[in-house]
Design a protein around this ligand. Sequence first.
Ligand code: FAD
Length: 458
Amino acid sequence: MVMAADPPVIVWFRRDLRLADNPALARAAAAGRPLICLYILDETAGVRREGAASRWWLDKSLTSLARDLETIGGHLVLRRGVSAAVLAALIAETGADSVFWNRLYDGGSVERDAAIKAALGATGVECRSFNAALLNEPWEVIGKSAGPYRVFSAYWRAARAVSSSAAPDAAPKRLVAAPRPRSETLASWNLHPRRPDWSQGFAGWTPGESGARQRLDAFLNDAANAYSSRRNRPDVEGTSRLSPHLHFGEIGPRQVWAAIHDAAAIGRVSEREGDTFLRELGWREFNHHLLFHRPDLAKNNLDARFDTFAWRRDDGGFEAWTRGRTGFAMVDAGMRQLWRTGWMHNRARMVAASFLVKDLMIDWRRGEAWFWDTLVDADIANNAANWQWVAGSGADAAPFFRVFNPTLQAEKFDPDGSYARDWIPELSGSSAGAYPPPIVDHALARERALTAYRSLTT
Ligand code: FAD
């Protein structure tokens, strides 16, 4: 029974833009109290702002969430500003006495949330937080030395053993909405690019909870059963493309985990393929574990020996790399796919990143920042950890002497060159422009990198 005088609960959505398997929403709805569903375009100092491609995604994902909330009697309130101040103002306006949210794990968000919890708690407002983003909290999986893991295989062995098999919560059927507070409009946030609108190539994506579900179903129907043999091939649709949906929390890893197990139980997906795929989710977990324990992951080398590394400035090389004009087809196809669609195949990401860091010897942080702005799945944990992995400065990193040969990588993973032709029209003759010659001699660049890397270890 809902009393008219019941104070509302604020459900603060962040990167958990879904109704199902959303513990903050489920617990608030279960209390039967009026709800205020809130999204804040956050301006807190120290919290990293979304890049341009992610803002495009966020725009569509919030539209989808607002629509989904309306169908169960809710309403999404949009406010922009410093989160602590926005929450305090909304509490004063509405008399809300509790705020529920799902946790984030990057340093800026962790600090912000702790400060908000302390400040609101001191005024008698109850703050409760939950886990919607990970299979395991970063502090739940701890090695024998009682410290965080630095080796993935050991981490994943331990994480799999403690992963909960609890079924994800269903979406609430009906919400009790509080009287509507003032909301800003999404259009006023200008998240969608204008002048120029460079987002035409993003049309293949369907941001939002139902788009995420469709993506997972399509994957289970097709690519999942050949995942281990096709996942490294950028020229085929061999992976799930769930990364932006997972980043924005339109689907959670518990749901993906449960779907894979259900599919394996009825023979829709083989155990082996399912396990190989879940292991990739394991990397996502591991990277969040690393980020939580090293909040400076996107700023500093995990291996401090790299602090003295002689990175080159090379603005011309950097620009050629960003534009997909290095003269190496696997690198250029990847970089153009990224620019056009906001996503790049993992194999191409590894080759493109290795080229920047090793062939051009440009600081991994410049590459990380470019990816941050152009990827729809840009994620502090996954982006920074993978860049450090490629550079060799990270945890469980690729050994420094592994320098990807972009030509051999293309021969192996794009054997008939169709990925290259898809993204580089100059190669198929469908563009008048000339494709540039290689900007470096790979053999010489490799030697230069190895010499520099060796100086770190001697
Ligand atoms: P699938 O193969 O279908 O994998 C399923 C899910 O597992 C992915 O959606 C993702 O959540 C997770 N996953 C897969 N591979 C990795 C990995 N290597 N590390 C962490 N999680 C993984 N991924 C991001 O989500 N955001 C990033 O900002 C990001 N930046 C990267 C930067 C570099 C330099 C490199 C080499 C990799 C980066 N990745 C990043 C990891 C990986 O490339 C993408 O997660 C993957 O390509 C997404 O495609 P998918 O969803 O089809 O993957």
